[in-house]
Design a protein around this ligand. Structure first.
Ligand code: ADP
Ligand code: MG
Length: 590
């Protein structure tokens, strides 16, 4: 043995005996071969009395396994750490240990330290952590006693309460509460009386500031103090309120808009829809939300096709506007002007639309009346020019009648009827050109109609048509030009007779529509008019008859218009047509 080793040995022995930790050396059977002073002192026995005893005899039965585990593990590892309890004067004491195997001698050296020390250290550490947390926390932390007196507060709390630390300590927590309403009083009471509270409340700071604080408070009964953690949520609250306000603003605009507004997702499902849009579809909001646009429009005509192409263009361009014609049924069609934005937010698309059916109808009516006007002016000039030569022609032809050969009579008849036809066309033109002798009178419209029906009965019989009339009693008189109105009735009823090739019934009805209008309806059982042709009625020269002039309705529309009335036509192909002629009832004074 070298002198170095001797020195080391003596150091080791010193250390072994002086160290406060317990050191036990066991052999491969777990029998104690040596133990230090600390161990003997702990047990209160002489060293001799422990040597030769198995170490396991100091360990409670339920921890024997731990020991065996140590032995087993040590074969593979040089050292091992763990926790162990030892029976000391019939009391368990807990130790942390480190066991090391001296492979050369087969001895195990175990160093044990009472856990208390470890705990103490841990406690110190926790205290440190807590202190750090307390000072660094972003939330205000306040300790206060049963009387509400603040005992301690962190710097975040001083910031929240707009006070210095010195001002805060000793003041009463209750003095900060706004106590604006009963609700706050209740919360405060709960804060004082209940073990744990979590709530929010307005607090007023010494500088007059009002703050909404969210807090969670707990009473620690063992120490007799409350700990309350505060967070300033004024800004959040304000933001929430502003958000709510702007949401309300948006909702008011959305609901109040005269235009239809729809929010819909990429699948075409309606997310939100406003009042105006609901009115257009004649459904309420709940019925519409969740429905797809496709479901909303009947798959009639090109509705769906148009909708799909509209969606595609929108997706591509991000924006899209135009007009859209919607067929709700065969008869009801409306036109919309729309403007859409793709993905207004997230995957929500937005569409504004307006029903422009009336506008379009008005435009077409205006166009018609414009044409009527022009034709009227033209007619005035031409009609007069034609009339004079016509009179001469007719006179001379009649003169020739006497010298006619028998085989020429047929031609003669043709010439005469054609001349009559020209005459009637010219006459109709002249009505357009406002004949000079227009005399407006207050007249009984029923009487005019009765005269017209009488006039046409002859023609009706030829066509095997019967008239059914129904005139309301006490109809007010109408301010009108009776001859012109008669002309209108003749035109309409003649048309009705002409479309009933197999005969039938023509119903004529006059009723008071409302305070301002009376309505004359003429219903036939004729061929009917296809929807797309309805619009053309009243256009000059529009006729479907071989020998028609296409002037009858034009003149009629013009006359009714001059009477401040209007004509509406309902028709069903193969069933019949009804002409409704509306005329205003003027008050006596007018
Ligand atoms: P015309 O009788 O000379 O053809 P009108 O102006 O009187 O000219 O009528 C124009 C067209 O309107 C007619 O050719 C016809 O096609 C259509 N029409 C008018 N009234 C009816 C009706 N009651 N039923 C079906 N079609 C009608
Ligand atoms: Mg006609």
């Amino acid at each position: 043995m070298s002198s170095d080793n001797v020195l080391l040995d003596s150091y080791f022995i010193d250390l072994f005996n002086q160290i406060q930790d317990i050191v036990v050396i066991t052999n491969h059977c777990g029998v104690i071969v040596d133990a230090n002073q600390a161990f003997c002192k702990l047990l209160g026995v002489e060293k001799k009395s422990v040597l030769g005893l198995p170490f396991s005899s100091f360990v409670p039965k339920n921890e024997q396994q731990e020991l065996e585990k140590v032995n087993g593990l040590l074969e593979h590892n040089q050292s091992i750490r763990g926790k162990l309890s030892i029976v000391l004067s019939s009391k368990l004491t807990y130790f942390d240990y480190v066991s090391t195997l001296d492979a050369l001698n087969g001895f195990t050296i175990s160093v044990l330290r009472e856990e208390k020390q470890v705990l103490l250290k841990q406690k110190e550490q926790y205290q440190y952590f807590f202190q750090e947390m307390f000072t660094e926390a972003l939330d205000g932390i306040v300790f206060w006693d049963r009387n509400g007196i603040i005992l301690n507060a962190n710097s975040a709390a001083t910031r929240i309460f707009e006070s210095s630390f010195e001002e805060l300590i000793g003041s009463c927590i209750g003095s900060f509460v706004s106590k604006q309403n009963e609700q706050d009083d209740k919360i405060l009471q709960k804060l004082y009386e209940t073990e744990a509270v979590r709530d929010e409340m307005f607090f007023s700071m010494p500088n007059g500031q009002e703050k909404l604080l969210e807090f969670s408070s707990k009473y620690h009964s063992a120490d007799g103090f409350h700990m309350t953690i505060f967070r300033n949520i004024s800004q959040r609250h304000q933001m929430e309120q502003e958000l709510r306000k702007s949401e309300q603003k948006f909702r008011n605009i959305f609901e109040g808009s005269l235009e239809g507004l729809i929010l819909w997702n990429d699948q075409g499902t309606i997310i939100d829809i406003n009042h105006s849009a609901c009115q257009l579809f004649k459904l309420n909001r709940n019925e519409l939300i969740g429905k797809t646009l496709m479901e909303l429009l009947p798959d009639y005509n090109k509705n769906h096709e148009e909708l799909k192409s509209m969606m595609e263009i929108l997706k591509e361009n991000g924006k899209h506007h135009g007009t859209f014609s919607i067929y709700m049924s065969e008869e009801s069609q409306f036109y919309c002007e729309f403007s859409s934005i793709h993905h207004l937010y997230a995957d929500i698309n937005f569409t504004v639309f307006k029903d422009i059916t009336e506008k379009i109808e008005m435009e077409s009516r205006l166009k018609k009346s414009d044409t009527l006007h022009v034709v009227g002016e033209l007619a005035a000039g031409i009609a007069h020019e034609i009339r004079n030569p016509m009179t001469a022609l007719k006179g001379f032809i009649q003169l020739l009648q006497g010298d006619m050969r028998d085989d020429q009579i047929l031609y003669f008849q043709v010439i005469l009827t054609e001349l009559d036809r020209i005459d009637s066309i010219v006459n109709e033109f002249l009505i357009l050109a406002k004949p000079q002798a227009v005399k407006y009178l207050q007249v009984d419209i029923t009487r005019i109609m009765k005269e017209t029906v009488e006039l046409l009965t002859g023609q009706a019989v030829m066509y095997n048509v019967q008239f059914h009339t129904n005139y309301s009693d006490y109809l007010p008189h109408i301010y009108c030009e009776p001859n012109q109105l008669k002309k209108v009735f003749v035109n309409v009823i003649k048309n009705a007779i002409e479309v009933m090739h197999e005969g039938g019934k023509i119903s004529i009805e006059i009723i008071r529509d409302n305070d301002k209008m009376i309505c004359i309806s003429i219903h036939d059982q004729g061929t009917g008019i296809p929807a797309e042709r309805l619009k053309r009625l009243g256009e000059p020269f529009y006729t479907t008859k071989d020998r028609g002039t296409g002037l009858g309705l034009m003149v009629s529309y013009k006359i009714i218009e001059e009477h401040n009335g209007y004509i509406r036509v309902d028709s069903q192909e193969g069933i019949g047509t009804t002409f409704h002629i509306y005329l205003p009832i003027l008050s006596e004074k007018e």
